[in-house]
Design a protein around this ligand. Structure first.
Ligand code: C2E
Ligand code: MG
Ligand code: MG
Length: 705
């Protein structure tokens, strides 16, 4: 530390300087008060002074006074060293501003100790000043930051906020001190969001992200938020500091850009990009819910002539008007998109069958053809529509589907405008010629062309065959063995489906009797169509069929009804199911998960089994949504004490995951494909579950011990 020594006597000065050096100071010696004053005016003056009183020019006492009058923010520590020992001198020296007073002759040790005291005080003073500066800097940052700042305790109670906080949230400081930060919560984020936030904050000491909060006025705003923990020296968290800026405007801009990227600027309809997104979604929904969709490619007839005759402005207005008309022609949830020019695409979803879109197509043509007044000109225009359906017997992607519809649209133009044309040859026939197919199916019944195949249902843990499901096939003379989706939809709403359903039950019961006779005590599941189950006399007819097979234990017959079909008339369905249950027959809800069964519905339906739809089982290994639905269904099954059966177990891995999730009963291609009845006994004899399945079996048993 620098030490200024002012002493006119050379010998004393030399001696003092030497001593000071020895004690570890950095002494500067001067012979007079004026010279000392000069030194004190330098940029970094010494903070520790040793002054003689009597000196020529400026004496020590006057120097003291001058230094103190200067009112520096860091005044020096002054020790007077003088031969004046009278009390009034000591008082005068201290009053002039000296901190210490030592009389000559002095004791070396005492001087050293007093210099050390001075040094300590100067150092303490330095430290205090530094922390004060730091604090005031922090306070100024806090005050002037453009980011809102919140300081909270560990419970989230607000300790302090800055001005920017008030500017952004509209809450005054006094209103929020002591309140919890959740006062700003917008309700836009769920519990999981906050749990993850606290989790991350706890683990890493900070969290960074976008969050929606609410201003005092109730307006929701977006903020970019950083939360950090403030720890004490031991590393224990003391406080949280949140820094945030309002990014609502930025978000609005993003939204606007997103809108531009997805919507047609002229009509405000979705553009090609959004259409492609929506179409993909609609396609997966259509295959999952077994409800077809129609894609309609629309091209206006003679639009170019309007443009050429009246100019683009009129043409544009016409397009806007037509877009509005089209919106009125379709149902909510259907998508209308503009591809560009005078081309539009409409996606009609959730159709009961292909023919049910006919009224919408007619309405579209009608609405488009409505006269429009633009600039006092009355315009009337028609459209040609090409239609294609999804799903189709062959796998098809969205692009192919669009091309089919486009092609069909050209057909419509060729056949004379203001018309629609359906692409798919087979479905086209279905719409116009359903009677023909129906009569084919009726003939096939008379000719006994239908057969039942059986697919085993097993317990994957134990390897036991728990039953078989009867699945109908059409042994077609020309086309070979046809799966049910080719012919069942055609007769779905026709009484023929009841006749066929009775045949299925009867055949399955016959088969069961044969297996009994062979010493195979099997159970058989039979699929029942919605129309069949809703017949008033269904339970009586079933009782008759059972009575015709007296050896059969009704408990060995299970009826599978589609979850979706039970929802149509829940009262009727559940009382019918109850009547059948009284006969001893039990029920499974088939394709479970594809309908929208509410919990109350599930409670009211007396089904003992839930068959998880194969789409979720097949998808669960790659699609987390499918896995979640699957887990949800298993949860429901256990909550309502229903046995779950998984369909679509296509691989060893599927079985393993299902077993881990607690589902043991399954059917699927990796176990067995549906087969003729005659093959069943041999299959049962030969079938072995995968080793990994039975190992899980042991693991589960061990864990239960
Ligand atoms: P379902 O009742 O859900 O029957 C299961 C369907 O999944 C069967 O198709 C079966 O072959 C198929 N399947 C089984 N395991 C797997 C697998 O691991 N992967 C895949 N991808 N598929 C698997 P199928 O025989 O074509 O029957 C289709 C649907 O037709 C049945 O679905 C059922 O709803 C209906 N159906 C079949 N037979 C009859 C019947 O006699 N009467 C009525 N009303 N409907 C029937
Ligand atoms: Mg079934
Ligand atoms: Mg099923």
């Amino acid at each position: 530390m620098k030490l200024l020594i002012a002493e006119d006597d050379l010998t004393s000065r030399t001696m003092l300087t030497a001593l000071a050096k020895k004690w570890g100071f950095d002494p500067v010696g001067v012979e007079d008060g004026e010279a000392a004053w000069e030194v004190m005016q330098s940029e970094q003056p010494p903070r520790l002074l040793l002054l003689d009183w009597e000196m020529p020019k400026l004496n020590g006492q006057a120097l003291c006074q001058r230094i103190h009058q200067q009112e520096k923010k860091d005044p020096p520590f002054i020790i007077m060293l003088t031969s004046r020992s009278e009390t009034q001198d000591v008082v005068a020296g201290l009053e002039a501003g000296a901190n210490e007073y030592i009389t000559k002759p002095f004791n070396n040790a005492e001087l050293q100790a007093r210099l050390q005291v001075g040094k300590r005080i100067v150092e303490l003073e330095n430290r205090r000043r530094l922390s004060e500066e730091k604090l005031s800097l922090a306070a100024s940052v806090f005050e002037h930051a453009r980011e809102g700042i919140i300081i909270t305790d560990l419970e989230g109670s607000i300790i302090d906020v800055n001005d920017a906080f008030t500017l952004i949230t509209e809450y005054e400081r006094e209103e929020v001190i002591g309140k919890n930060t959740n006062l700003l919560s917008s309700g836009h984020h769920g519990k999981t969001f906050y749990r993850e936030l606290w989790d991350k904050l706890g683990k890493s000491g900070h969290w960074y992200g976008e969050i929606w909060n609410r201003r005092k006025s109730g307006e929701v705003f977006a903020e970019m938020l950083t939360i950090s923990t403030v720890n004490d020296e031991q590393g224990l968290t003391q406080n949280y500091i949140a820094l945030f800026s309002d990014i609502t405007q930025q978000k609005e801009n993003e939204k606007h850009l997103l809108h531009l990227a997805h919507y047609d600027a002229l009509t405000g309809l979705p553009n090609r990009v959004l259409l492609s997104d929506r179409l993909q979604q609609a396609m997966s929904q259509a295959s999952r819910n077994v409800q077809p969709l129609a894609i309609c490619y629309i091209d206006l007839d003679g639009f170019k002539a309007v443009n050429d005759t009246y100019g683009h402005e009129v043409g544009d207005k016409l397009l806007v008007n037509i877009a509005k008309h089209m919106e009125h022609a379709v149902r909510e949830g259907d998508t209308i998109a503009r591809l560009g020019g005078d081309e539009f695409v409409v996606v009609l979803t959730r159709l009961n069958d292909a023919s049910s879109c006919k009224p919408v197509l007619t309405r579209l043509l009608e609405f488009i053809a409505k006269p429009v007044q633009i600039n006092k000109i009355e315009l009337e225009i028609s459209a040609s529509i090409g239609v294609s359906f999804y799903p189709q017997t062959e796998d098809i992607d969205a692009d192919q589907l669009m091309r089919q519809a486009d092609q069909a649209m050209y057909q419509a133009k060729l056949t004379g405008k203001n018309k629609y044309h359906i692409f798919d040859h087979k479905l086209d026939q279905d719409i116009r010629g359903q009677h023909e197919s129906l009569s084919h199916i009726r003939t096939a019944m008379t000719n006994k062309e239908f057969v039942l195949f059986y697919q085993p249902q097993v317990n994957m843990r134990t390897g036991e065959t728990t039953g078989v499901e009867a699945l109908i096939r059409w042994q077609h003379k020309e086309n070979g063995l046809l799966p049910p989706n080719v012919f069942l939809p055609v007769i779905e709403k026709d009484p023929l489906s009841i006749e066929l359903g009775e045949w299925v039950i009867d055949s399955a019961l016959n088969q069961l009797e044969n297996w009994y006779a062979e010493g195979l005590p099997l159970k058989v599941s039979v699929n029942i169509s919605a129309l069949h189950l809703q017949q008033d006399n269904f339970s009586e007819r079933l009782a008759k069929l059972l009575a015709a097979h007296p050896s059969i234990n009704p408990n060995d017959l299970q009826l599978e009804v589609l979850e979706t079909s039970t929802l149509e008339d829940i009262e009727k369905t559940s009382s019918m199911m109850r009547a059948c249950s009284e006969l001893g027959v039990d029920f499974a809800l088939d394709d479970f998960g594809t309908g929208y069964s509410s919990l109350t519905y599930l409670k009211r339906l007396p089904a003992t089994h839930l068959k998880i739809d194969k789409s979720f089982v097949i998808g669960m290994l790659n699609d987390s949504d499918d896995l979640s639905i699957l887990k949800g269904v298993l949860g429901l099954a256990s909550a309502f004490n229903r046995e779950p059966i998984a369909e679509g177990v296509e691989s060893e891995e599927h079985g393993n995951v299902l077993l881990q999730l607690g589902c043991e009963i399954a059917q699927g291609f990796t176990i067995a494909k549906p087969m003729p009845a005659a093959d069943i006994p041999t299959w049962i004899d030969g079938w072995q579950p995968y080793e990994s399945w039975t190992k899980q079996n042991m693991a589960v048993e061990n864990s239960q011990k």
